[in-house]
Write a protein that binds this ligand. Sequence first.
Ligand code: RRO
Length: 349
Amino acid sequence: MEQKKQKQKLKRKRRNKISHNTAYKTKLYLTKTTILKTPAVKILKENRLGINLAGLKLPNPTMLASGILGYTKETFKNIADGGAGAIVTKSVGLKPRSGYANPTVTQTSCGLINAMGLPNPGIEEFAKEISEAKRVLNVPLIVSVYGFAAEEYATVAKKAVTAGADAVELNVSCPHVKETGSEIGQKPEILKEVVKNVKSAVQKPVFVKLSPNVTSIAETAEAAVNAGADAITAINTVKAMAIDTETAKPILSNKMGGLSGPAIKPIALRCVYEIYEKVKVPIIGCGGITNWRDAAEFLLAGASAVQIGTAIATKGPNMFKAITRGIDAYLKRKGFRSVNEIVGLSHKS
Ligand code: RRO
């Protein structure tokens, strides 16, 4: 009898030991997976800012707007190190152009007016810069393209893509160069021809940058999208001028130029809001963004990403990090898991 009791006691002890071991192992296993998985999940969960923009992967929704800073790979690298999620180059055409005579830029109380006149080295020369920039950049490089005819846009776009551009942005909106820019973007039939030509020439995403200097920017956007545009950038500068009261003459050598900076932010925001109601492709907001709250307004209006130009030229590339951090803190404070959740949110209220 005593022996039987002893045996049962031993059996219980062994069972307990096993269950303890199993529990221990499970705990260990859980601990291990927690240790292994928690940081990854956390990073995944906390990556609120990464976006897919018409097939391009951006670490955050901020981009360098076209026309800001130089063309060299060093400048591009500086911008990427400053925290930009993507880079758009200055507009490049088929042939080199020296642009307008000075003065080409003037400061106003609420922004800058420029009339550079499309200075650029031409696509042949610039192609080398694109290939070299691609070697040092870890964010998408979008080449801004202009032309004086649909075929010219297509030729330049093809050369840019062959050199390594991740996408092209068609400049159909420069407000002050004859026979290109807004002279194309203001005529829906010509605009469509340009977009169709480029679409059939390249296999990469085609963005179309629009001018606010039209009767209905939403209808212009719709024309571009019907022709195949993968995304719309809104807006380019607003046609403007400044006069020197002492000389009684226009300040810019071209007389007219394009206004950028804080003054145009409410106009750009209205444009994005209207375009969002008309088309389904992603919109890239651009115009006077100087802080995270401006950027958040554009996202709420319907932009999937934002381009920053004048603020980078005046305050430097670290603006990207400051704006990105601000958006992230805003998303966290409001309980959003991804920046995508706030795109167009203002339309739902
Ligand atoms: O180069 C310019 O003068 C210029 C261009 Br391409 C443009 O698209 N927008 C602008 O304000 N200036």
